[in-house]
Each structure stands twice: as structure tokens, then as C-alpha cells.
Write a protein that binds this ligand. Structure first.
Ligand code: SF4
Length: 285
């Protein structure tokens, strides 16, 4: 496996104390491999504005900088625009992770101060495909979730569609990982998770073939290492679930290791500093 270093430069990654808030359990899909399905349960519930504001103000007191809004499907939360506005007024960087189905119910101005990131599973078909994503003038990024089914052609063709039709400047290649697989290990290869070495090979081959201008972000999965950014030994991450449940590390979600408060830059990383949330950023020379 040869990494095409002759074609790419790695860009440094800016690290920030980051909170993922799961603002709703409501979703139009129930994807296999959904990160949050274990902890979300079957309730159909939205976070209240009061609970959201309180979670955010505690986060700011602890040196918080970046909020990722997730669900369920966050665009189904009736107050999503209020959350975005409030984050903007507090100087928080916001990224909203969406399945993309409802983007055409919004205007570009609704997302001012926030970044919208739509996840894709495939090139064609009804569910989370590059071809079915609604065409709007709303700027967005793409997060392509690789599974065992993903072929090089599919990944490459999806990137082409995204760059041509959506004028995206970021294409994030990540990987489906199941939290509630039988061995309860987040990095375990499951029926839908692409084994790490196949993932590495797929990404290498993609990078070798890709000839566009987007930044390519790659989830490390323990097989990609940065040559630009030192690993953080202190955790800068937390997850907040409706009802005040704070779970620091995504690895702990499967066992519901709930804690009282956020602990940024104090707790040692429990994964030998190979943070689950880390990635590398590449740009064609
Ligand atoms: S892998 Fe380490 S740094 Fe990343 S969220 Fe978990 S404990 Fe924090």
C-alpha cells in the first residue's frame, strides 16, 4: 500500500474543546450503524431550549469552543434555527450533522455562522446517496461513511458529484462503526464496518485517483497518522444527550459511562492518544 505523498500536502489541524449535543431522538431513518441508536432509545423527544442553553453555558464555562449538533435528525428539531443563532451570538463554532433529507426546507441564511455537514452512504439510491441529496444553494460539507459495501468507484464517483453539483470544498471520509456490536468495542470490525486495512487501502486508492480541489479529510481509525499535528494526550471532547447525560468519550457511549460534568484538557485520553474523533486533512498539491 503506497500513500501518494507526491500528490498531497497535509494541513495542520486546529484542536478545540468540542461538545457533541444530541438535540433530538426523532429521525426519519433508523440507519444500521447509527452512532447514537443505543443511547437514544425509542422515545421521540426533542431537547428543550432551556436544556440546550444550560448545557451550552456550562460548556462555555469549561472553555468550550466548538459544538457539533446531532440527533436523530437535527433538522427535524423545531428550534434548530434558534440554537444556531444562539451559538453564533456566543461566538461558538457550530457544525450540524444531517442526513440531508430536509435541507430544501431551509434557506442559506438559516445556517449563518454554522457549517452543515451531510452524511452519505453511497452514490445512488434513496438512502443517503450523492445523487439523491437535495440540490439547494446552501453551502455544505460531505461526510462519506464508508461501510463494507463501499467500492472505490462509488467513493470516487460520489466525490465527483459532490464537487460538481454542490461546489463543496471539503469531503470527509469516515467509517461506520457500531456501538452496540456484540463485543461492545467501538473499533471492532462488524458486519457493516469495513476492516481497517481494507479501509486504509480504499483511502489510499481514492487519494491516488482523485484529481479535484476539495480538501480531503480522513478519519484516522488507527491506521492514518498525522505528520503535522501532535496527538493530544488530554481529552478535549464530550457528548451531551437529552436528560443531562454527559459521556466524555464515544468509546464510553456503549457502556453508558455517564459523568457529572465536562472535563476538557484534564482527563488523559483512554485510547493511547489515538482519539477516536481525530482525522488528517489533505490537499492536492
Ligand atoms: S479517544 Fe481519547 S481524546 Fe478522543 S474522545 Fe476518547 S478519551 Fe477523548
Amino acid at each position: 500500500m503506497k500513500f501518494p505523498w507526491d500528490k498531497y500536502e497535509e494541513l495542520p489541524l486546529k484542536r478545540r474543546n468540542t461538545l457533541q449535543i444530541f438535540i433530538t431522538n426523532v429521525c426519519n431513518l433508523r440507519c444500521e450503524g447509527c452512532f447514537a441508536r443505543n443511547i437514544m432509545g425509542s422515545d421521540r423527544e426533542h431537547i428543550s431550549f432551556e436544556e440546550y442553553s444550560s448545557a451550552v453555558s456550562k460548556f462555555l464555562e469549561k472553555g468550550g469552543k466548538q459544538i457539533n449538533i446531532l440527533g436523530g435528525e437535527p433538522l427535524l428539531h423545531p428550534q434548530i434555527k434558534d440554537f444556531i443563532r444562539q451559538n453564533k451570538s456566543q461566538g461558538i463554532k457550530t457544525t450540524i450533522y444531517t442526513n440531508g433529507y430536509f435541507i430544501d426546507r431551509f434557506n442559506a441564511s438559516d445556517f449563518e455562522g454554522a457549517k452543515l455537514r451531510a452524511s452519505l452512504y453511497c452514490k445512488s439510491g434513496k438512502t443517503k446517496s450523492a445523487e439523491s441529496l437535495p440540490r439547494t444553494d446552501i453551502p455544505l460539507d460531505i461526510c462519506y461513511m464508508v461501510s463494507r459495501k463501499t467500492s472505490l468507484d462509488e467513493l470516487f464517483d460520489s466525490a465527483r458529484i459532490i464537487e460538481r453539483d454542490f461546489k463543496c470544498d471539503t469531503f470527509f471520509i469516515s467509517s461506520i462503526r457500531e456501538l452496540d456490536n456484540p463485543r461492545k468495542e467501538f473499533f471492532d470490525d462488524t458486519e457493516i464496518t469495513m476492516p481497517v486495512l481494507e479501509y486504509k487501502e480504499l483511502v489510499h486508492n481514492f487519494l491516488d485517483r482523485y484529481d479535484g480541489d476539495m480538501e480531503i479529510h480522513v478519519s484516522k481509525r488507527g491506521v492514518f497518522e498525522s505528520t503535522k499535528t501532535l496527538p493530544d494526550t488530554k481529552c478535549r471532547f464530550a457528548n451531551y444527550f437529552i436528560g443531562g447525560k454527559i459521556i466524555q468519550c464515544p468509546y464510553d457511549v456503549v457502556n453508558k459511562k455517564i459523568q457529572k460534568d465536562y472535563q476538557f484538557e484534564t482527563r488523559n485520553c483512554q485510547q493511547n492518544s489515538t482519539c477516536l474523533m481525530s482525522k488528517i486533512i489533505l490537499k492536492r498539491k
